[in-house]
Design a protein around this ligand. Structure first.
Ligand code: UDP
Length: 500
């Protein structure tokens, strides 16, 4: 139950593991480091097994003692109300719009009116409920500061730029920040006539209504962009201290008992036998999929690299993209009837578009996992020495937390931006010459990149920088002294007894 003398925050998570994970971690942080009371409203998509497990875990032993989780079902008739061609982003915005009455009555029914409402990117339309109920309103930006700067500046770009962003000849300028190459804009900016673009621009405007923007980054990681965000011109209103707060890294902890669970046991006992930093872990987030051709090239590239690997394999799709959740409002595990068992025995190469004989030839060096793997624990294992990932921000932070060099292969959402930030600005990752969202990355390129990161000089440099970032991330969240600790404590302190 909520103690009356603690500042109480309600955190609202939109559907999707990538949103739920940082919201849950923020909830834990608020309770354990800042002595706040927390209630988490989780809007579920009914479609993701992982999401269900995360919320159940959070509400169950351990989590349940920290905060209450209130599940908010998505509206039943949404699929009838929207265009079947609507993108996943549009659907997320619509779901979050439709559930507002439930959120409002949920807030009203709490025994004590909470001090603040914290929403993610898709939840900003609930700010008006917070305002009505006299609660402070905060945005948790679950990605980095550069992404946040683009989002807040996009209403301005909308007025200034003519034609499609991707057709511009010059990079897009954001005051005080690294400029953005036209074809690296976030998905909603790819087509200005699409409904998701309008929703995205509206959200950018709503950022300015927040009493504070919390960003899943830290001062030492993105100092220039954070200071640019604190500029009135970029923010779009007068900025005062506490408006832009770097509070990360918020990352899921490595669960010590995960590797002993029966389902994961074969994977971890295989990992235990591999030399330190010798295994490449390959996974494209909660829903990334590759085209058949790309899947084949990646398989060949891994095999030719002669490195050990763990590959979370998904059923290939017509094109490389995001496919796994919230598509037609149903199951996220409907691709091809793969069994959720781990290990080579449970899939056949044919069903996953892998080259003939691939599984047999790589049997001694590779471990193929269908659909979903315990990522945080895999990255935390000493045998893992590289992460071929899509550049999703949670994945990137998990890699940094475990000191693992990345190879970044962006597919959707804001991953093209993340890839540039990680590979070119922070130099914590390698990336391919070929842009994976435009063409097929060939096997030689995969082989070269993997070899370079796992055994080459470039990999050495990346590894050193990742270790530095790992340490600086740990220091940022250090209780009492870290920059992220101090920033979040500023939010909570405002509402402590006697100071509010
Ligand atoms: N994840 C996992 N196992 C998988 C795939 C993903 O545990 O097989 C987790 C991963 O650890 C991360 C999250 O799902 O915490 C994915 O978030 P991210 O922001 O990287 O990408 P998104 O899924 O939002 O594109």
């Amino acid at each position: 139950g909520v103690e009356r003398n603690k500042p109480h925050f309600v955190l609202l998570s939109s559907p999707g593991t990538g949103h739920l994970i940082p919201i849950l971690e923020l909830g834990k942080r608020l309770v354990t480091h800042h002595d706040a009371a927390v209630t988490i409203f989780v809007v579920s998509s009914h479609s993701s097994q992982a999401e269900t497990e995360l919320t159940t875990d959070a509400a169950g032993p351990g989590g349940g003692e920290l905060f209450n989780v209130v599940k908010i079902p998505p509206p039943d008739d949404l699929s009838a109300a929207i265009d079947p061609a609507a993108t996943m982003v549009t659907r997320l915005f619509l779901v979050m719009r439709e559930v507002r009455p439930t959120i409002r009555s949920g807030l009203i029914s709490l025994p004590v009116r909470p001090a603040g409402l914290i929403v993610d990117l898709f939840g900003t339309e609930s700010f008006e409920i917070a305002a009505e109920l006299g609660m402070a309103k905060y945005l948790l930006s679950t990605s980095n500061a550069w992404f946040t700067a683009l989002a807040i500046h996009s209403p301005v770009l909308d007025g200034e730029v003519e034609g499609e962003y991707v057709d511009q000849k010059e990079p897009l300028e954001i005051p005080g920040c690294r400029s953005i190459r036209p074809d690296e804009v976030v998905d909603p900016m790819l087509d200005r006539k699409n409904r998701q673009y309008l929703e995205y621009i509206r959200t950018g405007l709503e950022f300015r209504k927040a009493d504070g923007i919390l960003i899943n980054t830290w001062e030492d990681l993105e100092p220039t962009t954070l200071s640019a965000l604190r500029n009135d011109e970029l923010f779009g209103r007068r900025v005062i201290e506490g408006d832009v707060l770097a509070i990360g890294p918020l990352v899921r902890p490595v669960e010590p008992n995960h590797s002993t669970q029966t389902i994961n046991e074969p994977l971890f006992s295989w990992l235990d036998k591999q030399p330190n930093a010798s295994v490449v872990y390959v996974c494209f987030g909660s829903g990334g999929t590759l085209s058949i051709e790309q899947q084949t090239e990646l398989a060949w590239g891994l095999e030719l690299s002669k490195q050990r690997f763990i590959w979370v394999v998904r059923q290939p799709t017509a094109e490389s993209r995001y496919s796994a959740f919230f598509t037609s409002g149903n199951s996220g595990t409907d691709d091809g009837g793969a069994t959720a068992e781990l290990g080579l025995g449970s899939i056949t190469g044919h069903s996953y578009g892998l080259p003939d004989g691939f599984l047999e030839r790589t049997r001694h060096v590779g471990f193929v996992v269908p659909d979903w793997a315990p990522q945080a624990e895999i990255l935390g294992h000493v045998a893992v020495g590289g992460f071929l990932c899509h550049g999703g921000w949670n994945s990137a932070l998990e890699s940094v937390r475990s000191g693992v060099p990345m190879m970044v292969w962006p597919l959707y959402a804001e991953q093209r931006l993340n890839a540039t930030l990680l590979a070119e600005e922070l130099r914590l990752a390698a990336r391919t010459e070929t842009a994976p969202w435009r063409g097929v990355v060939g096997r030689e390129e995969v082989e070269g990149m993997v070899g370079e990161v796992m055994t080459g000089e470039k990999g050495e440099g990346i590894r050193e920088r990742v270790k530095v970032a790992q340490r600086s991330g740990e220091m940022a969240v250090e209780r009492g002294s870290g920059s992220s600790y101090t920033a979040l404590d500023m939010v909570v302190s405002k509402f402590r007894r006697g100071t509010a």
